[in-house]
Write a protein that binds this ligand. Sequence first.
Ligand SMILES: N[C@@H](CCC(=O)N[C@@H](CS)C(=O)NCC(=O)O)C(=O)O
Length: 199
Amino acid sequence: MRLWSMPSSGNSYKVRLLLSLLGRDCEIVDVEDASPELARARADARLPFGKAPVLELDDGRLLPESNAILCWLGEGSAFLPADSFTRAQVLAWLFWEQNQHEGTVAVRGALNHYPSRRHLATPERMADLLDRGHAHLQVMEDRLSADDWLVGDAPSLADVSLYGYTHTAQDRGGFDMTRFPGIGAWIARVAALPGYRAL
Ligand SMILES: N[C@@H](CCC(=O)N[C@@H](CS)C(=O)NCC(=O)O)C(=O)O
């Protein structure tokens, strides 16, 4: 397998993290933001939706979308429970991560982190992202102040996916994580998992 992966991106990192937790071998091809390598991967039709990450299987099939890749890699492992309701709860977090959490926590981090995007970081937009991002982080805090993991009583793809951008929310996004002690303890639990690798 080969992963077309953006080194600085949480979406690519969550796939690299799961590969490492599962002990799976995979060639990693770095396609950093705005790089010639990213442009070449696009030109060579390696990125079906034009974005990274993409998993290229040994037979050449291409799978885009970070959370779809997590589901494919996680199949048959403890990270994707067999019970249909528990599995659907994992999927609910994955959908929420993409249509809510990423739109504030990751976007504010990206506007701060990538110099090429600074001109888009107007004070009004940054204030709005901060408010809405804190509300999204509160949703996680509500769960994690009472439970160790987002679904059930074991780590799942939900934790791997949400960890991707949440663990850099303070450093990159400027979110006030002192408000979320349950998330802080969960970040430490994820980082202690066997096979963990850092961004
Ligand atoms: N929903 C997609 C988002 C992928 C995405 O937006 N990738 C960004 C990096 S996080 C990218 O490839 N950006 C390069 C560009 O747009 O030129 C996923 O979860 O994989």
